[in-house]
Structures are given as C-alpha cells and as structure tokens.
Design a protein around this ligand. Structure first.
Ligand code: DGL
Length: 290
C-alpha cells in the first residue's frame, strides 16, 4: 500500500521527462519524486506499440515496488501508445501528458501543429484528443526523429541543430498554425532554438506545465498530497548514470546523484553500491523556469 508521503513516480526514455519533473517540483515542492529514464532503450519514438507497452509495464512494476503513490508518464510516446492499456492494471493513478496539453491547445487556437516522435505522430493521439474536445480543430502532427538523438547527445547548441529544427517547423508553418505543441517531452529543451524561428504570434504549449497542474488536481481529489516527510528526489536510469547526471545538470542546475537500475531483473543494485537520495532543492536557482 502507498501513503501520502510516498513519492510520485515520473518516467521517460531519457532526459525529456526532466521538463515534467521540473514543473512538478515547482508546482508541488512538498512532494518526493522518483525519476526513471530508460536510457538503455531510447529512443522510444521508433519502437513498436508492443515494445512500449512492455517497457512501461516493467517501469510501473519497479515504481510500485518503490511505493510510488502515483505515476506520471512524462513521455508522450508512452502516453499515446500504452496509457490506455496499462491504466486499469495498476491500483495507483497513472497520468499521461497528452490530455492536459490537448485541453489547453484547444483554448489557444484552431490550427494546431504538433512536433512529436514518429510513434506519437503516427498514433494521431493529439488529433483525437483535441478533436474530441473541439471537433473543428485542425491538427498537423509531424514526426521529428532527429530531435531526441540531438538532445541526448547534447547537440542543442550545435550549428546544424537550428537548420534541422527549421526544417520541421517550416512544414507546420506552411499550414499557418496558430498553436505549436511540444509533443515530446524532450523537445522543450530545444525551445531556445524554436524561439528564434517561430513567429511570436504562434502560441507554444509545453505539456509539462499542464501535466503538473493535472497532478496537483489529482492529488487534491484523492487526498494524497504529502504533508509529512521531507521531500527527496531520486533518479534512476537503465544505462550510464554518470552520462545522464552530466546532461541533466543544465536543466536542474545541479548534478544529480543517479542510480543504475536493472529493470528486467526488477531489482535495484545492492544498497552498498548506491548513493543515497539527493535532497530536493527547490530554490529558483535550481529550477529555473524554462
Ligand atoms: N520524451 C519521450 C516522448 O515524449 C520519448 C522520446 C523518445 O525516446 O523517442 O515521447
């Protein structure tokens, strides 16, 4: 069983979910967080639905073993391809990032562009979510398979990155979009580049902020908010913890302690080989608004 002092689980294939973690940490500073990045198996965007469902199950099993009271899929690909499948199979709330963003996007425009992974774009999950709310919303989803490798390889400021981002944005701008959704949690890391290319009249929607609002609402409804323990944050990845820690530094403004997790064995490495949890520092300096 889980109690209100248990952590909120947050997962992604890599550093993308840090955009969501950061928003949740800012919105809910009293909550403990347990982050998992499936770095050994990224990018998720080119995986099949069956693979994604299998990965998500393994992550949810691990998170429930670690007493997560709620799990946030800080990954659009998982939200698009696995959320419906797994939700009923676990007895904790599981939230995705697509619906919160879709709800907002229909209030900002009627011509919505979505940059997403190939898997998310082909699922048309954003189109369905928005048209269910406002049927005459026009949606264009473009798969941007180059973005996740660029971000995970820390190439955001490389000169060729701007040209790649421009190529995908131009495809959407052709349709005179009035709203752009970052349909992959990695992509807000490219916002500084997008800002130089997108007309200011186009409204940008980052699902992270709205997902954090949805988490806050759900905790309130279920009376699951933490009122007791000191919040902590733990990071785990399936491959190369040091590399993740180094990369994460630019978005967390500190170098987190990261554990290597063997999901298949469904076990954490022996306790004496693990660093202790990192205390959650919520000062503005540590969590700058992106
Ligand atoms: N950040 C994830 C998403 O929102 C996964 C990206 C990937 O690994 O391809 O879809």
């Amino acid at each position: 069983m889980t109690g209100s002092d248990c952590p909120i689980g947050i997962f992604d294939s890599g550093v993308g979910g840090l955009t969501v973690l950061r928003a949740i940490a800012q919105r809910l500073p009293h909550e403990s967080l347990l982050y998992f990045g499936d770095t050994a198996r990224l990018p998720y965007g080119k995986r099949s639905q069956a693979e994604i469902i299998q990965f998500v199950r393994e992550i949810l099993d691990w998170m429930t073993q670690h007493r997560a009271k709620m799990v946030v899929m800080a990954c659009n690909t998982s939200s698009a391809l696995a959320l419906d499948e797994v939700r009923a199979k676990y007895d904790i709330p599981i939230l995705g990032v697509i619906l919160p963003a879709a709800r907002v996007a229909v209030t900002t425009g009627r011509r919505v562009g979505v940059m997403a992974t190939m898997a998310t774009a082909s699922s048309r999950a954003y189109t369905r979510a928005m048209q269910e709310i406002v049927p005459d919303t026009q949606v264009w989803e473009v798969g941007c398979p180059e973005f996740v490798p660029l971000i995970e390889q820390n190439q955001i400021n490389a000169p060729e990155t701007r040209a790649i981002v421009k190529r995908y944005l131009d495809q959407l701008l052709e349709f005179q979009i009035d709203t752009l959704i970052y349909g992959c949690t990695h992509y807000p890391h490219l916002k500084p580049v997008v800002d130089t290319l997108l007309p200011s009249s186009v409204c940008q929607v980052d699902p992270a902020f709205y997902a954090a609002e949805a988490v806050a609402k759900e905790l309130r409804l279920l009376s699951l908010g933490n009122t007791t323990a000191d919040p902590t944050i733990r990071f785990g990845v399936s491959d190369r913890p040091q590399r993740f820690a180094k990369l994460a530094r630019q978005w967390l403004s500190y170098t987190p302690t990261v554990e290597q997790i063997d999901l298949q064995a469904s076990q954490v490495l022996p306790a004496d080989s693990l660093p202790s949890s990192t205390s959650l520092d919520l000062s503005a300096e540590h969590f700058p608004v992106g």
